[in-house]
Each structure stands twice: as C-alpha cells, then as structure tokens.
Design a protein around this ligand. Structure first.
Ligand code: PMP
Length: 434
C-alpha cells in the first residue's frame, strides 16, 4: 500500500520525505475512538481525525441518518432551489448560535470545508462594506493565526512562510500581535489589546473585518488567551463599522467545553465560521452564520445600479447527505449532553496531565476544554514530532505543531481510553525528552 501511495498520491501539505511517521500507517477501518490499519493494529485517534470526529467513528445514529438520506435524496443543487435537510439544518444551527440582540445571527451560508467558509466570510465582509456605502479592502488579523489554505484564508493567517509563498496574490491585511503569544510575556493580552486599539484607531475606516479564532489559536499550538481581547475587538468593530468574524472551525461544536468559544467571552460576532465537528467528522461541510444586518446588505433595492448578489456558491453547497449527517450529529449532541461531556472530559484530562506538566522536559500544558497543547522543550531536532512518533509506537495518534503536542480527542472518550492516551503521552515524553 505504501509503495502504491507513493506512486500515485499527492498528499496535502505533506510530501513523503516529511511524513509524520517514517512508515505511514495505512488506515482501513475505524470504530469509536480507534483507527484500524491494514495489518489489524488499533490506534487511538487522539486528534479526532484532524479535530472532526467528536462522537468517534461509526456512530450508529449518524450512519443511519446518512443511509436514510441516501435512500431519499443524494444530491440536489442549492443554487436557485432548496431541500428539506438544508432548511432543517439551517434552523438547527440558528437555534444553537450564540445569542445577542445585536448582532443577531439569523442566516446560514454553506461551504465545503473550513477554508472555503473563511473565504466566503471574507468576501461577504468586503462586499458588505461596498454595499453599505463605505468600501473598504483591508482585514485585521492576528499573528500565528491559521484560517485555512485558500488565498484569502492564507492572507488573514499569521504564517510568514505561507505569506512568502503567495505574496503577490494575497489580500491586504494588518497583523496584530496575538494575545496568546507567550513570547510577549505575561502582559500579552494587554499588548495585543493596545495594538488592536491603535490599528483600529489609525486604519479603522479602511477595515472590512477583524478576524480571529476566539479564545484559542488552535493550529498555532493551542495558544489560549483572555476573553477580554474579544470584548475589545467587538467594541472596536462597532466603533469603526468593521465586521467581526469569529473562526470557530476548530473551537465550535463543544470542543472548548461550551457549544461555541464565543460563549466564554459573551461576545457575538457578525459572522461566525464553523466546520470540522459540524457533521461529527462524517462528511465535509462548513458554514458561515451571518448576522441579519449583514444578510440585509445583500438584498437588492429599487434603484440599485448593480445586483447585490453574493457571487459565491459551489456545486455541492449544502449537499443533502452532509446536512443529514450534521442534523444527526447535532441531535445526538443535544440528547446526550455532549457539550457537558466535553467539559468533564477536559477537566479529567487536565487532572491527568498535571504530573506531565510538572516534568522537566515540559514547558507548558495549555488547555481550553478538550483543546490541549503540551509544549515540550526542544531536545535536538523536531522534538514534538519525535514525541508523537513515540506515542504512536504505543498505539496513540497525536499531532505535533512545532514543539507542541496536540490532543483533541473525541468529546465522548471513555475513562479507560482517556488514561491510555495520557499514559502513552507520558511515556513518550520520558522516552524523547529525558
Ligand atoms: N480555521 C481554523 C481555525 C482551523 O483550525 C482550520 C483547520 N485546521 C481551518 C480554518 C481550515 O479548515 P479546513 O482544513 O477544513 O479547510
């Protein structure tokens, strides 16, 4: 299988020379939190297959919902026509959305993955500014942010390496230090806050939107930060007429111990982007939840010189199978209080990781709910990568983000598997960092 893969497959981000393991695992099946390879070995999916499988693999209710939908309607375009699962899911997402009187999240726009939903949100923000009579073209972003790999998402990300690769093609952005950046010291929240205030003071009238991952920058290595920064962003967006975009692709659907990370801060954005956990990892789907005032700017009026249409939408937008999977996932989440389970699992992991955090080779354990980063001190090259290799040898899959080892297990992980995961990490750190 590995030779055939090498001959025919071009993997995302990865070339064979930089596989996350010397002998990549070839996955064939999965059940619950376990991935099973072609040789029958079981691997605990400690990162929920890139942060998606919140209920684990092979959940009977989601499987049944997809099968039932398949028997009724496989696909039908959402352009100029509609379908029942698309309507039902929109209502369910609006009911779940974080609440405030203003802005009020009332409309759902679908996309296929996190990046394309971010892309849609950026285009909405740009067009919104033009259609409300104040054309603006700059975006405020945080350093270290990851919002995806389409060109707009790369532009508002905080990775110089990616910017360098595509610079002439990128949108115009203004970077603000991250309130979660440990290199800024204990006053990092205040430093970021002051910088955001000065940027918005100086350039606010040119800014379409401020975009942030609320409460924790996941792909940056789980850089959690104080809610105060989000309140400042909300206040400044109001004051300048910019939109506020929360990218909850990683943090949404219970991952942080609340349905949305926004709830930790009591702040509601104008556009909320979500993906990953929306279908419980079963099928690709993402969405932008939009405020009513934003949607209204896209309704044509008498006397308009050009239509106010949002020029965006794909062949598989709101595919009925994906919508049915998401509806089943949200139903199970509600019935089984999965958000409460996530909060309790996070607490349990936090407790079990206390002795790990106290080890000499560990710089810091960061956690918000079940988004966890264990930063190890470098010992030679690629320490985080080698810790993940050593955990993999013990049957647990984790993900290195530089020297931070990321844990994002299914939200419903059982007691025994939780201990198995932490024991494997503990032993892996001893092996590599001692
Ligand atoms: N935004 C955030 C916060 C993410 O963590 C990710 C993926 N890690 C994305 C956007 C991009 O999502 P996708 O990979 O589904 O395009």
């Amino acid at each position: 299988w590995i030779a055939r893969d090498a001959a025919a497959v071009w993997h995302p981000f990865t070339q064979h020379a930089t596989w996350t393991a010397d002998d990549p695992t070839v996955v064939e099946r999965a059940e619950g939190p376990w991935l099973i390879d072609v040789d029958g070995r079981r691997h605990l999916d400690g990162v929920s297959s890139l942060w998606t499988t919140t209920l684990g693999h092979g959940h009977p209710e989601i499987n049944a919902a997809i099968a039932a939908q398949l028997a009724k309607l496989d696909h039908s375009t959402f352009l100029g026509t509609t379908h029942t699962p698309g309507i039902e899911l929109s209502e369910a997402l609006i009911a779940l959305a974080p609440k405030s009187d203003d802005p009020e999240l009332t409309k759902v726009f679908y996309a296929g993955d996190g990046s394309s939903a971010v892309e849609a949100a950026l285009k909405i923000a740009y067009q919104y500014s033009a259609q409300t009579g104040h054309p603006r073209s700059r975006f405020v972003r945080l350093e270290h942010a990851y919002h995806g790999d389409t060109l707009g998402a790369v532009a508002v990300g905080g990775h110089e390496l990616f910017h360098e690769a595509y610079r002439p093609l990128l949108l115009e952005t203004i970077g603000v230090p991250s309130p979660g950046d440990r290199a800024l010291g204990p006053d990092r929240g205040a430093v970021a806050d002051a910088r955001l205030r000065s940027v918005m003071g100086e350039h606010g009238d040119q800014v379409c939107a401020i975009i942030v991952e609320p409460m924790v920058q996941g792909a940056a290595g789980m850089l959690d930060y104080d809610a105060e920064f989000l309140r400042t962003a909300r206040e400044l967006a109001y004051a300048t007429g910019a939109l506020l975009i929360f990218d909850e692709v990683a943090t949404g659907f219970g991952r942080t111990g609340r349905m949305w990370a926004a709830e930790h801060a009591g702040v509601v954005p104008d556009l909320l982007v979500c993906g990953k956990g929306i279908t419980g990892g079963y099928l690709p789907l993402s969405a932008v939840l939009a405020a009513e005032h934003v949607y209204e700017a896209f309704l044509s009026r008498p006397g308009d010189r050009a239509p106010r249409t949002f020029f965006h939408g794909h062949t598989y937008t709101a595919n009925p199978l994906c919508c049915a999977a998401a509806l089943a996932n949200l139903r199970v989440m509600g019935e089984q209080d999965v958000v409460g389970q996530a909060a309790r699992l996070g607490e349990r992991l936090g407790k079990l990781l206390e002795p790990v955090a106290a080890k000499d080779g560990v710089v810091e354990v960061r956690r918000l709910g079940t988004m966890i980063g264990v930063e190890v001190a470098p010992v030679g090259d690629r320490t985080g990568f080698r810790v993940c290799q050593a955990a993999r040898d013990r049957g647990v899959w984790l993900r290195p983000l530089s020297d931070t080892v990321v844990l994002m297990p299914p939200l419903t992980l059982g007691e025994t598997e939780t201990e198995f995961l932490v024991d494997a990490l503990d032993a892996a750190i001893d092996e590599v960092c001692a």
